[in-house]
Design a protein around this ligand. Structure first.
Ligand SMILES: NC(=O)c1ccc[n+]([C@@H]2O[C@H](COP(=O)([O-])OP(=O)(O)OC[C@H]3O[C@@H](n4cnc5c(N)ncnc54)[C@H](OP(=O)(O)O)[C@@H]3O)[C@@H](O)[C@H]2O)c1
Length: 316
C-alpha cells in the first residue's frame, strides 16, 4: 500500500514515521509542510499525480486551541479547507482518506461518554473548524474514516506531559484544573491503531465511518498531572483548581470522554489504559534521553528508579 501522511512533523505524524520501518509491506510518504501544504490544491494534486497514493492519513492540523480564537482564518484554512482539498484529491484518485479530529467538537454537557452519533456543538474556533473539516470530508470523499481523539501526547512535539515534567523539575507546587475530565491518549497507541486499520483495509470497499479513539479510562487534567509526577518520580505537589482559577482564551468542554466501543468492535482493536500508556511514553522518553540526544540535565525516576535525564530536545 502507498500511504501519504500529511503533517508528518507533528506528534501523530512522527509516531507513524517511527513505526513505518516495521511495516515493510507499505511505502510511506512523509512530506513536510514546505513540500506539501494541504491548503494548496495545486501542490496536493501534483503530489498525488506524481505518487501512486492509495491511502492518505491527514495528521496536519492547526492545533493551537487558544490562538485559534484570534486567528480563526488560519484555523479554518488548515482545519476545514485543507481537509476539503485532500478529500477532493482522494476522490479523484480513488484513495481512502483517514482524517483525525477531536473531542473538542463536543460542548461537554453530557454525563455519559460521547458516541459518534451524538450531535457536535463545539465551544471554540478550533473545535468548530475541526467539525467543519469533518463535514467537508463526509460530503466530498467517497471513502473516508474520521477518527476523533483526545488529549494527545507523545515523545515528539509539545504536549501536557512534557509541560508537567518541565514544571515538576523546577517547581515545588503546581496547580492544575480538576474540573475538565477526559481521556489522555498516547499518539503512539493511536498510530498503531491507524496502521492496524490500514492493514485490514480493503480497497474494493468504500468506507464512510466516524470513530472515537482514546486510551481507556477517565481522568481530569489534575489526575493526569498527579500520575505524571508519580511515574516520573518528581516530588512537586499538584493542587487541584477550578477552570475559573485558570482562565484560558478558548473555552474547553468540562467533560469530553468518548465511547470507543465502535472502533474496537469494527477493527478488533485492544486499547490500553491511559496510565499504562503514560508509563510506556515516559520510559521511551528516558531511553531517547539515554541515547544522548539532548543536553540539559534533569533527574527524575520512573517507577522509583532514579535516572539522569538529559532534556534539551525532548523537555523543551
Ligand atoms: N494534540 C491534541 O491534544 C489533540 C487532541 C485531539 C485531537 N487532535 C487531532 O489529532 C491530529 C494530530 O494532532 P497532533 O497533536 O499530532 O498535531 P501537531 O503535533 O500540532 O501536528 C500538526 C502538524 O500539522 C502541520 N501543519 C499545519 N498546517 C499545515 C499545512 N497547511 N500543511 C501541512 N502541514 C501542516 C504542522 O506543521 P507546523 O509545525 O510546521 O505548523 C504539524 O507538523 C490533529 O488532527 C488534531 O486536531 C489533537
Amino acid at each position: 500500500m502507498n500511504i501519504l501522511v500529511t503533517g508528518g512533523g507533528g506528534q501523530l505524524g512522527s509516531e507513524l514515521k517511527a513505526l513505518s520501518p516495521n511495516t515493510s509491506e507499505h511505502r510511506f510518504y512523509f512530506p513536510d509542510r514546505d513540500e506539501l501544504d494541504i491548503t494548496d490544491p495545486v501542490k496536493v494534486n501534483r503530489f498525488c499525480r506524481e505518487n501512486p497514493i492509495e491511502v492518505m492519513v491527514n495528521c496536519a492540523a492547526y492545533t493551537a486551541v487558544d490562538r485559534a480564537q484570534s486567528d480563526a482564518e488560519a484555523a479554518f484554512l488548515v482545519n476545514r479547507e485543507g481537509p476539503a482539498i485532500l478529500a477532493a484529491c482522494a476522490r479523484d484518485i480513488g484513495a481512502l482518506l483517514v482524517h483525525l479530529s477531536t473531542d473538542y467538537v463536543f460542548d461537554g454537557q453530557s454525563s455519559t461518554p460521547y458516541r459518534e452519533i451524538d450531535p457536535p456543538s463545539p465551544l471554540g474556533i478550533y473545535g468548530r473548524s475541526k467539525w467543519e473539516g469533518e463535514e467537508c470530508i463526509r460530503k466530498i470523499a467517497p471513502s473516508h474514516l474520521i477518527i476523533r481523539t483526545s488529549w494527545l501526547y507523545s515523545v515528539y512535539g509539545h504536549n501536557f506531559v512534557k509541560t508537567m515534567l518541565r514544571l515538576g523539575a523546577g517547581k515545588d507546587e503546581i496547580r492544575v484544573v480538576s474540573d475538565q475530565v477526559g481521556a489522555p491518549t498516547s499518539a503512539a497507541d493511536l498510530a498503531e491503531a491507524i496502521l492496524s486499520i490500514i492493514a485490514r483495509y480493503d480497497p474494493e470497499c468504500l468506507y464512510r465511518e466516524t470513530y472515537h479513539y482514546a486510551n481507556e479510562g477517565v481522568c481530569s487534567w489534575y489526575d493526569f498531572a498527579v500520575a505524571i509526577m508519580e511515574l516520573a518520580g518528581l516530588s512537586s505537589r499538584v493542587h487541584p483548581i477550578g477552570s475559573d482559577q485558570y482562565p484560558q482564551t478558548a473555552p474547553r468542554p468540562h467533560y469530553s470522554v468518548m465511547n470507543t466501543s465502535l472502533v474496537v468492535s469494527d477493527w478488533g482493536l485492544e486499547i490500553p489504559h491511559w496510565r499504562s500508556s503514560l508509563e510506556v511514553m515516559l520510559k521511551k522518553l528516558l531511553s531517547l534521553e539515554d541515547k544522548g540526544k539532548s543536553s540539559d540535565e534533569r533527574e527524575f525516576c520512573v517507577k522509583g528508579k532514579a535516572v539522569n535525564v538529559i532534556c534539551k530536545n525532548v523537555l523543551k
